[in-house]
Design a protein around this ligand. Structure first.
Ligand code: BDR
Ligand code: CA
Length: 313
């Protein structure tokens, strides 16, 4: 089977960066047409720089990188330096990448790419601003999307940014509402799943034993990333949220999903960004989302470790 064409839309973020490594290590399955950066964990100039750094570290300067929206559609920006550090990718040495940023705006790249190709899958791992703006700019592109696999939302696990809301949905609830209701197949992988994918000491040590520079960068980023979450959740490691999207494409049988209605709260200041997941179909509202609710965490780390082993020493 030919590699599946994808666009990764992200806001690195250590976990976005590891998602990029996982995708870049999988060229037989995934044809990365481009990576688009959005403001999220840190402001846009840093997220786009971080994407270019990851391409360079992985030896994939061939992948075009685009900068997109610098702020959410309606609300003011929120960021998460208190989790990811001032650079977004604290834990490794930051450098100015040689890889150039493309001139084109990410939203135009998404629109043009969807119009030119059939069967493109979108993988947003940050706020959904770029994707929703592309859909607003030219609604024709929506029908061209094969599938959207999003990291975002929470049901049983509760929120990580507020008691009700997960960061990516909270950061741009209007955009999330547009994407979840676009009418194309949407898989949502939220905290109910990602909080099971913990980077325990043993799992990180196995990645460290690989000894290549991408694996070392992964361990470096995790060593910083884990300090906040392990304290917050009293857990044995940090959740690897964003790489779950790529793992889902590579090995969907690692995940359990159910078709549900998911609605996004866009107004209430108390619960804004909440994902109301109708897991038991009590509302009769249309089933718009394939909701991920369980994962084989050992299988996920097997996959990640094997793929990271493919990078040269
Ligand atoms: C999501 O928010 C960000 O901090 C992470 O990169 C991830 O995409 C988890 O809520
Ligand atoms: Ca992210």
């Amino acid at each position: 089977m030919p590699a599946r064409p994808i666009i990764i839309d992200c806001d690195p973020g250590q976990d976005d960066a590891i998602a990029l490594f996982l995708a870049m290590a999988s060229p037989d399955e995934l044809n990365i047409l481009g990576v688009t950066a959005v403001a999220g964990n840190v402001p846009l100039p840093l997220t786009e720089r971080n994407v270019r750094m990851m391409c360079e570290l992985a030896g994939r300067e061939d992948i075009p990188v685009f900068a997109g929206c610098a702020k959410p559609m309606v609300r003011d920006s929120i960021t998460a330096e208190y989790i990811h550090g001032e650079t977004g990718i604290d834990g490794i040495d930051v450098f100015e990448p040689r890889t150039v940023l493309q001139d084109k705006h990410a939203v135009d790249f998404i629109v043009e790419t969807l119009l030119a190709h059939d069967e493109v899958t979108l993988i947003p791992t940050g706020p959904l601003t770029n994707i929703a703006t592309a859909f607003e700019k030219n609604a024709e592109v929506i029908q061209k999307v094969k599938e959207i696999v999003v990291m975002g939302g929470a049901m049983r696990e509760g929120g990580n940014r507020t008691p009700s809301a997960e960061f990516n949905i909270m950061a741009d609830p209007q955009a999330a509402d547009i994407v979840l209701n676009c009418g194309r197949p949407v898989t949502l992988i939220g905290l109910d799943v990602t909080h099971k994918v913990l980077s325990t000491e043993e799992r990180v040590a196995r990645i460290g034993q690989l000894g290549n520079s991408v694996a070392n960068a992964t361990v470096g980023m995790l060593s910083f990333f884990h300090r906040y979450d392990t304290e917050k959740y009293s857990s044995q490691g940090t959740p690897l949220h964003d790489p779950c999207t790529i793992a889902y494409l590579l090995q969907p049988d690692l995940f359990k999903t159910k078709l549900c209605n998911v609605a996004v709260e866009t107004e209430s200041e108390l619960t804004i960004g909440h994902t109301a997941v109708d897991f038991w179909h009590v509302t009769g509202r249309p089933k718009n989302v394939n909701w991920a609710y369980d994962v084989d965490a050992d299988g996920f780390y097997e996959l990640l470790t094997e793929r990271l082993s493919r990078f040269p020493l």
